[in-house]
Design a protein around this ligand. Structure first.
Ligand code: ATP
Ligand code: MG
Length: 350
């Protein structure tokens, strides 16, 4: 298979040329929403990954990826590594788009967590990643705006409502915004220190597993940052414990998957997590759902966002409204089980 889009193919071939990989075969790797990703099979059996970075990322994120994966590999973890071109370029820019080559890790990703065993593996893998980076003290080469900042996203939703008063979804989004705000105000505060070096987007499709279901490594390392562990775990758990699709009409939060994921994480995490970080796990997970609901709700009015599925939703606005509604429903299901989940945290992480 080859990429269908002409400019994509042209750019990919130009990048392969810079890497001395002219004769390689490209196979799209699905599972990502924003970067264009290909497996590269070169003559002689050499295999790597070619990725075109989404413009939302500065190409300097590759420098973060390079130093952090060097540290991970130095501690014996499996990880994709940045493969510089023979002329030492960390990325290649073609027609204003930035491309990189990574080492290939032979594993598979998944879109949803289908069993407690997989949740436990995911938890253990993420904890190994955090434990390996727990001693990281230096700034990353490229600092980015924090991904998670609920208040900023809630303010952006209010601004979107102001700017789109006549939008067909304005009333629905206003109702969502009120419900999101009320749920957020009812949550206990989330510990925002200490800052740790985190992945930044630990959703399940960014974890690779081997054929036996054992966790191999994290991929999609463009969002590496020093950030609160609470939001990192909240982001992971909101992804891993919602067994349905992010835009499904109903959503739930699985206490069984939460229990298993936390058990897996605790194998390493109980050694380095502070009491504040443990106490923040449940409220932070709810916070991330609400933050995402707010982002999707604002995108519903802006008619924006990259992951629109026209086959199932007439417009970007409709798709984002479905996503926002789903994430709020998952948050509500989590909050309905708060006492059970808090008991799990106490039992597993104590
Ligand atoms: N180094 C690698 N080795 C093997 N497979 C990889 C590698 N990097 C990425 N993949 C596969 O390609 C998929 C897409 O990659 P990636 O997650 O980096 O893209 P993305 O578009 O940024 O995704 P997202 O939607 O999460 O932002 C991954 O889910 C994984 O299955
Ligand atoms: Mg990804």
């Amino acid at each position: 298979m080859t990429p269908t889009d002409d400019s994509l193919t042209r750019q990919a071939r130009a990048v392969l040329h810079c890497h001395g990989l002219d004769d390689a075969v490209l196979t799209p790797l699905t599972g990502g929403l924003i970067n264009a990703t290909f497996r590269v099979d070169a003559p002689g059996g050499r295999r790597c990954v070619l990725q075109r970075l989404h413009p939302v990322f500065a190409p300097e994120v590759n420098l973060n990826l390079e130093v952090v994966t060097q540290a991970l590999a130095g501690q014996g973890l499996i990880t994709p590594r940045l493969l510089r071109a023979p002329d030492a370029r960390a990325w290649i820019t073609v027609e204003d788009r930035h491309w990189r080559v990574l080492s290939f890790v032979d594993g598979h990703s998944t879109e949803v967590v289908t069993s407690p065993a997989l949740a436990a593996e995911a938890g253990h893998l993420l904890a190994r990643f955090h434990a390996a980076l727990a001693g990281w003290t230096t700034p990353l080469p490229h600092a980015r705006q924090p991904v998670h900042d609920p208040e900023r996203h809630f303010a952006a939703l209010e601004a979107a409502l102001d700017a789109h008063r006549d939008h067909r979804h304005a009333a629905a989004v206003a109702a969502l915004a009120a419900a999101i705000g009320a749920a957020f105000r009812a949550l206990p505060p989330v510990a925002l220190t200490p800052l740790r070096l985190v992945h930044g987007d630990p959703k399940i499709s960014n974890l690779l597993f081997d054929a036996a279901g054992r966790g191999l490594c994290l991929v999609d390392l463009d969002t590496l940052a020093r950030a609160p562990l609470a939001y990192e775990l909240g982001d992971a758990l909101r992804s891993w414990c919602n067994p349905g699709a992010e835009d499904a009409p109903v959503a739930s939060f699985s206490a069984a998957l939460f229990d298993a994921a936390l058990e897996g994480y605790a194998r390493e995490g109980r050694r380095f997590m502070t009491a504040d970080e443990r106490a923040a796990v449940v409220p932070a997970t709810a916070t991330i759902y609400l933050e995402l609901a707010a982002r999707f709700a604002a995108d519903a009015l802006h008619e924006s966002y990259f992951g629109w599925t026209p086959a199932r939703h007439a417009t970007r606005g409709d798709h984002n409204l479905a996503r926002a509604t789903n994430q709020l429903a998952a948050a509500r299901d989590l909050l309905a089980q708060q006492a059970v989940l808090e008991a799990t945290v106490r039992r597993v992480l104590a």
